[in-house]
Design a protein around this ligand. Structure first.
Ligand SMILES: Cc1cc2nc3c(=O)[nH]c(=O)nc-3n(C[C@H](O)[C@H](O)[C@H](O)COP(=O)(O)O)c2cc1C
Length: 194
């Protein structure tokens, strides 16, 4: 079984809904299991995260970057970085914030650079931009590096992120699952050839 860990922070519930969509997309691929890990419980989930074939990182954008609780998780991986324990795992990222832009790109860039420090293999969104004025459109925020979602400040997690942003998150989960399956097959071939 190929496993995907989705490690996320959500202060007010919006990014959690996005994380659940990523998980739904991942588990829609036969042969793939997903484990949602809130950063509130990461200390008890290291074994599952270390064993995963892919790790998807998700955080709200706070003050133009990753949220403080999520950064605490990232910093707590430095021992794993020193051993390059996550080298060659698949990685991807998602973020949600109140502004249509809100500087979400900076958050995704931080996540991808973090993955590069770990020697991971980053998987982007793989979608062309949709129409920003069509709420159900895939990738209506026009991201390439990862999945973005928009939750206006006055909208509860029951209504935001909207349908297109959640479908985009689901797409990312499915894409990561497919990439992890392909990567596992390629690794077996590479090992057999060495
Ligand atoms: C401390 C703090 C900083 C924030 N900074 C930003 C920001 O830089 N850009 C933005 O668009 N929204 C910003 N927001 C709004 C959140 O990104 C938004 O409310 C998001 O939906 C919260 O996600 P959550 O419910 O998963 O915590 C900020 C919110 C907080 C609490």
């Amino acid at each position: 079984m190929t496993t995907i860990a989705i490690v996320y922070h959500s202060g007010f519930g919006h990014t959690r809904v996005q994380a659940e969509s990523v998980s739904r997309g991942a588990t829609s691929v036969p042969g793939v299991e997903a484990r949602l890990v809130s950063v509130d419980e990461y200390e008890s989930a290291w074994e599952a995260i270390d064993a995963a074939d892919a790790i998807v990182f998700g955080t709200p954008t706070y003050m133009a970057g990753v949220s403080a609780p999520f950064k605490a998780f990232l910093d707590a991986t430095s021992g794993r970085w020193a051993q390059q324990l996550w080298k060659d795992k698949i990685a991807a990222g998602f973020t949600n914030s109140a502004g249509a832009s809100g500087d979400k790109l900076n958050t995704l860039q931080s996540l991808s650079l973090f993955a590069m420090q770990h020697g991971m293999v980053w998987v982007g969104l793989g979608l062309l931009p949709g129409d920003v004025h069509t709420p159900a459109d895939l990738n209506r925020l026009g991201s390439f590096l990862g999945a973005m979602a928009h939750s206006p400040v006055d909208a509860t997690p029951e209504i935001a992120p909207g349908p297109g942003d959640l479908a985009t998150a689901e797409h990312l989960g499915r894409r990561v699952a497919q990439a992890a399956l392909r990567w596992a097959g390629a690794r077996e071939l590479a090992e057999a050839a060495s």
